[in-house]
Design a protein around this ligand. Sequence first.
Ligand code: S3P
Length: 178
Amino acid sequence: MPNNSIENNVVLVGFMGSGKTTIGKLLAKSMGYSFVDTDTEIEKEEGISVAQIFEMKGEEYFRELESTFITNFQRKKCIIATGGGMSCYQDNMRKLKVLGTVLFINTPYDSIIERLKLNQGSRPLIKSSLSNEKDELLELFLKRQQIYRASDKVVAGDSNPSFIVERIREILKEFLEK
Ligand code: S3P
């Protein structure tokens, strides 16, 4: 099935705190699609949190789980909110494009930092970065921006969620089968 098929999924990619989960849930509701959050699904499979997976089994193990998750994904008509690193490792961007339309939520770094400050506990990659190694996080952000840009479509992520959802629906309407 081509990745602009109407039957297909919509895959949201972007940095931590870019709004994938919030927007994904609203988008799913407005389109009548199911919502899937890859971190949540992996947590269910492993029976522990993402933070615990990083701590007990390491990041590489988590990346394998992410890759296996997309390889085995069979469902249609889902809005899939991916973990911020999922599209950046192995062959995952290509695999995500097979699952559906890949949409990059492009949120400015400053807005992301503000959001992450409010909710940093569950995110192993930013726990220390926010206070000590800010440059390291910026470096990761800039490096990943290049990868996210290989998505099928981009939407600006710095307005209110319902506006972004409307914008995404317009973008999808243009992109999906005519
Ligand atoms: C990660 C982002 C997280 C989660 C894990 C690693 C990353 O998801 O998958 O902590 O590498 O950017 P969110 O983007 O939902 O925070």
